[in-house]
Ligand binder design. Structure first.
Ligand code: MGD
Ligand code: MGD
Ligand code: SF4
Ligand code: MO
Length: 701
């Protein structure tokens, strides 16, 4: 496809968002003047979010990195000098060779996530490079690992209901997800269902945008969802609202579960969750009597100590009522399993010289950088901003500040992490690349081809890791393949029957290619759990030392054996820091347009909690716990139950503002999947004295 000149060009949204929208990029004089949705995309149908409508502000931002840089001042100071690509590649290769010789290749650690969801960008040439190098492996468990493990124990397969089918539901429960901000096309489908009479219920720790749109909002205390789901099961069994034929045919352990949930009567569950017993009864009746019930399981409830169990327990609910048998019924936790591509061909684990390589959990990066034995001596960060997004962020920052650590950061911007790099490399945006995009929600695959020339000397991930692999003298063929070669390899994957018939030729001709969903007809008969059934009782969990039946365990921090953190203790407020509407994780938080839309980083605090601390609307606050302290602005609101405080959005430290919420979050691991526990923490809050008028931006500039 030729993209030179002005015009309107198709593109794909690269962001870590389930919707993977088709875009149309309008270009004039080589620059994007407008980004809109592609009306031809069968699911996203021309509608896109506000963030990406303003994407040009980011792509053509004056602070975009355009040249490789070498550090000249202390780490973190931001002093860099431009160097050539030859010098940059030469220095990285020289240092990596030295570190491999002196400390072994496992002293080098890649750190990446899904800043760009392109299969080639984050699961392609980069992986080949670190495999051939023999670097430490990174366990990528910062996002949905706990919940995915919980879902997998129960259902086996990383996929659920087809999104388009959810228009048939007459009850939609959005559980721990803020889909108005994080998956807007699921909202469109839910709206269609609603027009036909469906009810939408939101279960969350605060009245987020989705709760405001819903028919019924149920606020609960953080990390108590398992108890709520068990309470619902108690009532479903008690009142004969279960589908016993379904249970018999498709599940294991329903008799054991029936006895087990007797211990969760509504009164007890009310005490744990903060939801009135009458409301628990009402919700169970709604769920039990719905003809087609659908549950959207969000990410929020699994970023907890008990996050795996929260998802595992909710995943049992559709099995109790047999909702899976109805078109649009069941649940979606994630649908990435349907579109899995040929990972081995892309990442080439066969190139690895050392089979038994250590693995470092990305949630424990602060700790890993403190290792005295087998220390981490080299880091390569790309598609992620760990100094902002990883838990216990001050510990992370200190690790990156180590003078003896050699760090490379490849990004579009001088992020808070890049400030600590020895070498900074300028990255292209997706609009300058060839890449392949799958969705972890809908069933369409898309091809991205360049619509812009790369500015300055920016290079894509594929280019950078090809250059590095060649300069290291690694397998010549593996490091010279073109993006199109790699796309063919990714799609050549007979093990995934859903990928049947998806080819590069079709992607080029048709742009949106639907997966072959015919194998989904046997979904319930082919579940890849040990028993082949939905595991209400899980032997595998028992073997892993987990309760085999869904079981509520309270959060760990600040509870002191109580039901919840108590007033009078050091850090009595439960602190939850979910995404905001206008950023995408920490992406966009340096763009003035997006900052203005978010105004400033706030702490939502209940009027009762504010009153006892003398806090008023708009006050400057210090929010602190044993890990550190940050500065936010008070928003006094009754959107949460008292005792819970909320701060949305991952703001960069910026110029002098201490506003990284992850300074306060724990690097403990969740009960399953070694997942993150961002939302299982407690804090105390005090006024800083000064107040700032509402609406003034205190962002990066
Ligand atoms: N605008 C925008 N969209 C995004 C992102 C973004 O940063 N901004 N991030 C993207 C990414 S990477 C992801 S993983 C998804 C995440 O998107 P979602 O799946 O929507 O999950 P979160 O936004 O993390 O959390 C959703 C809700 O969970 C609530 N929550 C927290 N703890 C609990 C709990 O214990 N129980 C219950 N019931 N609710 C709880 C939070 O208050 C929040 O409202 O969004 C993607 N889309
Ligand atoms: N407190 C708290 N912390 C959280 C969360 C939360 O809800 N609360 N959410 C967690 C979740 S779910 C996630 S997924 C993580 C996300 O954390 P990250 O994956 O680190 O996401 P971003 O902050 O968006 O950083 C992505 C970076 O990749 C860069 N980038 C984009 N495209 C490219 C490219 O093509 N090449 C290169 N080299 N770089 C590129 C962007 O400029 C950006 O700096 O954060 C987690 N952290
Ligand atoms: S961030 Fe999500 S909703 Fe927004 S354009 Fe991208 S895929 Fe679509
Ligand atoms: Mo995520």
């Amino acid at each position: 496809m030729s993209y030179s000149g002005d015009g309107v060009f198709p593109a794909v949204c690269p962001l870590d968002c389930p919707d993977t929208c088709g875009l149309l990029v309008h270009k004039q004089n080589g620059k994007i003047i407008k980004v809109e949705g592609n009306p031809e995309h069968p699911v996203t149908k021309g509608a896109i979010c506000n963030k990406v409508r303003h994407m040009a502000e980011r792509v053509h931002h004056p602070e975009r990195l355009l040249q490789p840089l070498r550090r000249t001042g202390p780490k973190g100071s931001g002093s860099f000098t431009p160097i050539s690509w030859e010098e940059a590649i030469g220095e990285i290769v020289g240092r990596f060779k030295e570190l491999s010789a002196d400390y072994g290749p496992e002293s080098i650690l890649p750190y990446s996530f899904y800043g760009n969801m392109g299969v080639l960008s984050v699961d392609g040439m980069d992986r080949r490079f670190f495999n051939a190098l023999g670097a430490s492996r990174l366990e990528q468990s910062i996002c949905n690992a706990a919940g995915s493990a919980g879902w997998k124990y129960t259902m086996g397969f990383n996929g659920g209901t087809s999104p388009e089918d959810t228009v048939n539901a007459d009850l939609i429960i959005v559980w721990g997800g803020n889909i108005v901000s994080t998956s807007m096309h699921q909202v469109v489908y839910a709206e269609q269902a609603r027009k036909r009479g469906a009810k939408v219920v939101v279960i969350d720790v605060h009245r987020n945008r989705t709760a405001q749109w819903a028919d019924w909002f149920l606020p609960l205390y953080p990390g108590t969802d398992t108890a709520l789901a068990l309470g619902l099961m108690h009532i479903l069994f008690r009142d004969g609202m279960t589908d016993d034929a379904f249970l018999e045919r498709y599940t294991t352990g329903h008799e054991a579960l029936r006895g087990h949930v007797l211990a969760y009567p509504p009164e007890r569950v009310a005490e744990i969750t903060g939801i009135a017993a009458a409301d628990i009864e009402k919700l169970a009746k709604l769920y039990g009597e719905a003809k087609v019930s659908h549950i959207h399981i969000g990410n929020g409830l699994q970023h907890h100590d008990n996050g795996g169990m929260n998802v595992r327990t909710i995943a049992c609910l559709p099995a109790l009522t047999g909702a899976w048998l109805k078109t649009g019924g069941g649940a979606i936790k994630g649908n990435g399993g349907y579109s899995s591509t040929n990972d081995r061909a892309l990442t080439r684990p066969d190139l690895r010289p050392n089979r038994r390589t250590r693995t470092i959990n990305m949630n424990r990066i602060g700790e890993a950088l403190e290792l005295k034995e087998q220390p981490v001596m080299g880091m390569f960060v790309y598609c992620s901003n760990p100094v902002v997004v990883a838990p216990d962020a001050e510990r992370v920052r200190k690790g990156f500040a180590r003078e003896d650590l050699f760090t490379v950061v490849h990004d579009l911007f001088m992020t808070d992490t890049a400030l600590y790099a020895d070498i900074v490399l300028p990255a292209t945006s997706t609009f300058e690349n060839v890449d392949l995009y799958t969705s972890y929600w809908h069933h369409y695959i898309q091809l991205q081809e360049p619509v812009l020339d790369a500015p300055g000397e920016c290079k894509s991930n594929v280019e950078v890791f090809s250059l590095l692999g060649q300069a290291m003298g690694f397998d010549a063929e593996a490091f010279s393949e073109s993006p199109y070669d790699m796309i063919r390899q990714a799609l050549d994957y007979p093990r995934n029957p859903y990928l049947n018939g998806v080819t590069l030729e079709r992607l080029t001709a048709e742009r949106f290619v639907k997966l072959d969903m015919s194998p989904q007809a046997d979904y319930l008969d082919n579940l890849p759990t040990p028993s082949g059934k939905i595991e209400l009782y899980s032997k595998a969990m028992e073997l892993a030392g987990l309760p085999p039946l869904p079981t509520y365990t309270p959060l760990k921090e600040g509870y002191d054996g109580q039901q919840r953190p108590q007033p009078g203790t050091a850090y009595p407020l439960m602190f939850v820091s979910p995404p905001n509407h206008n950023f995408l994780n920490s992406t966009f938080s340096n763009v003035e347009k997006h900052q203005r839309m978010e105004k400033r980083p706030t702490l939502q605090i209940h009027p009762e909690d504010a009153a006892v601390r003398g806090i008023g609307e708009g006050d400057g606050l210090t929010v602190y716990n044993g890990r550190g302290s940050i500065e936010l602005w008070a928003m006094v609101t009754d959107k949460m139950l008292p005792g819970t405080v909320i701060s949305q959005g991952l703001w960069w430290e910026g110029k002098g503002h201490k506003q990284r919420v992850n300074v306060l979050t724990p690097d403990r691991l969740a009960d399953m999947g070694n997942g993150a526990t961002f939302f299982s923490t407690t804090v105390e809050v005090k006024r800083r004295g000064e107040a700032q008028s509402n609406g003034e931006s205190v962002g990066f500039k």
